[in-house]
Design a binder for this molecule. Structure first.
Ligand code: CP
Length: 332
């Protein structure tokens, strides 16, 4: 018999993640984090960047601490960057192999968490296909333990949101007055939601969410954004264009979802499509990319593309977040 656990989808995550003094204890969502904290995290991330070819920035901020990476969904970028970030801060990093973990034998999430806590794990980095899991764990861990959301169903991917904000700030130097277009499978995208909340908090000029109607979010969910289904209109004079993958693993019924050729023709980002955007517009993609479906391969490799810079920023952002939650453990 497998243990049945249920997780409330909306669990007042915003208040759960801050200590009484306003410092960051867990990172579960960007929604509800204030502008000053987001800016501090972006500024901290800059300290962890170094030119390619040089030895990466290191510190001993987490020396003696233990981080467990618990990825119950596939990942390349997020898992590798949390692993490197923890090691570059001097922590011991445990990458649990989910295929051989006892969760496969029906062990509950909480029993797994309590087991890791008993081994002095201080920070748990969690990716799971079920909404509500990071907050559920955060409510049950010991006082000094921090939970970092590394991708939660279609709900939230806060460190991805931060690395996207950092990349935009590096290129544009501001958020006010910017036109940002996010294109693709918005309704199933935790990346879009985290980017949208972060951009809204930082005062983006105009946020456009462009998708086929079947992949559009509920208009009431992000009232600060424009929901559009025409790509040309959505890209007009955009400063930033972010392409998203179709999240097939989260789509039960493919009715109303265009086939690959039709999708690329109507929603694929290409050099031809980018003529509607500003001439200095940047092109982003969180990865993993499906070249020739949501993005033209040549555009992904073009000077307008900042996709590899997003990956580089991912390590720096995760170091900044780990360092910050590490500081909030110091009193324990
Ligand atoms: N962007 C992102 O979350 O990529 P991974 O699935 O490879 O971690």
């Amino acid at each position: 018999m497998h243990a049945i656990e249920t997780f409330p989808r909306q669990d007042n995550q915003a208040s759960l993640q801050l200590n009484a003094d306003g410092s960051l204890r867990h990172l579960l969502t960007l929604e509800g984090l204030d502008r000053a904290l987001l800016v501090d995290l972006l500024d901290d991330s800059e300290r962890f960047l170094s030119p390619m070819g040089e030895i990466p920035v290191r510190s001993q901020a987490l020396a003696g601490r233990t981080i467990a990476n618990l990825f119950f969904e596939p990942s390349t970028r997020t898992r590798a960057s949390f692993d490197l970030a923890g090691k570059r801060l001097g922590a011991d990093v445990l990458n649990l192999d989910v295929n051989t973990s006892s969760r496969k034998k029906g062990e509950s999430i909480l029993d797994m968490i309590y087991t890791l806590q008993a081994m002095h794990v201080d920070i748990m980095v969690v990716r799971d296909a079920s909404a509500g899991v990071p907050a559920y764990i955060a409510r049950h861990v010991n006082d000094h333990v921090s939970i970092l959301n590394a991708g939660e169903s279609d709900v939230s991917h806060p460190t991805q949101g931060l690395l996207d904000l950092l990349t935009i700030r590096q290129h544009k130097g501001r958020f006010d007055g910017l036109v940002v277009a996010i294109v693709g499978d918005i309704v199933h995208s935790r990346v879009a939601r985290s980017a949208a909340h972060g951009l809204h908090t930082l005062g983006v000029g105009e946020l456009r969410l462009i998708s086929p109607p079947a992949l559009a979010p509920d208009p009431g969910e992000m009232p600060f954004a424009m929901i559009m289904d025409n790509l040309h209109d959505g890209l007009r004079d955009a400063d930033v264009v972010m392409a998203l993958r179709i999240q097939r693993e989260r789509i039960g019924n493919l009715d109303g979802i265009p086939g690959i050729d039709e999708y690329f023709a109507n929603y694929g980002i290409s050099h031809a499509r980018m003529k509607a955007a500003r001439s200095d517009a940047i092109v982003m993609h969180p990865g993993p990319m499906n070249r020739g479906i949501e993005i033209e391969s040549a555009l992904a490799d073009s000077p307008a593309s900042v996709i590899t810079q997003q990956v580089t920023n991912g390590v720096a952002v995760r170091m900044a977040v780990l360092e910050r939650v590490g500081k909030s453990m110091e009193g324990h």
